[in-house]
Design a protein around this ligand. Sequence first.
Ligand SMILES: N[C@@H](CCC(=O)N[C@@H](CS)C(=O)NCC(=O)O)C(=O)O
Length: 240
Amino acid sequence: MITLYAFHAGFGMPSGSPFVVKTMIHLAMAHRPCQIEIAHDLSAAPKGKLPYISDDGDIIADSELIRKHLEKKYSVDFDPGLSPGDKADAIAYTRLVEDHLYWCAMYDHWQIDENWAVIKPLVFQSLPPDQRDAIAEPIREQVIRDMHGQGQGRHSADENLAFAKRDLEALATRLGDRPFWFGERLTSADAAIAPQIQTIAGDPLSGPLNEALFAHPNLVAHAKRVLETALPGEMAGQAA
Ligand SMILES: N[C@@H](CCC(=O)N[C@@H](CS)C(=O)NCC(=O)O)C(=O)O
């Protein structure tokens, strides 16, 4: 049995981390049942981040490396029938959402003060309110330092929004009216893209980033469809 180390539910998903949800989708696509262990302390995580898995004593960290492990160990093909060009596009769109749009959403949630006031109690819901700030605020400072190092945190809120809008427009244009990223079937691109979109669609904010996303109903519907198709049991317990 595989153990998946995860953050608790959030943003209308069985985990508040889009990377953990991506791995949940991969495990479901690979028909590998897993037990979920909520990780309260990242010091045990090999790379200091989630997800990581334990599979018969093998510890693998990072959603892409977990995918590679599943492909190799269980002979899973996450992109059946895709052309080499489509597979290349899948990598490019995955990088777009994970290495750019993710940081725009992180900026929106963690760096903008009025949003942080709403997001903090959700992310740190397991902590008693009177102890929350002592733990959450130093983590926020670290996240803001990380975003500065990564680069997105150096932009103004308006510039961050403009970057995110261009990502969303590109994604929405590329998706069009297809049910899944490459047509009728769930593939690796869906597993990567849907949780990143749902992180914005499922937050309780109503700011300009949310407006920018909801201007593209096809993206919002795609995220919901992918999650409900891949994780029907887990999504049943989530708020809309
Ligand atoms: N490249 C990693 C990214 C994982 C990641 O950024 N996880 C975040 C949660 S969404 C995390 O654990 N952050 C904790 C931290 O940075 O301290 C993957 O694909 O698994």
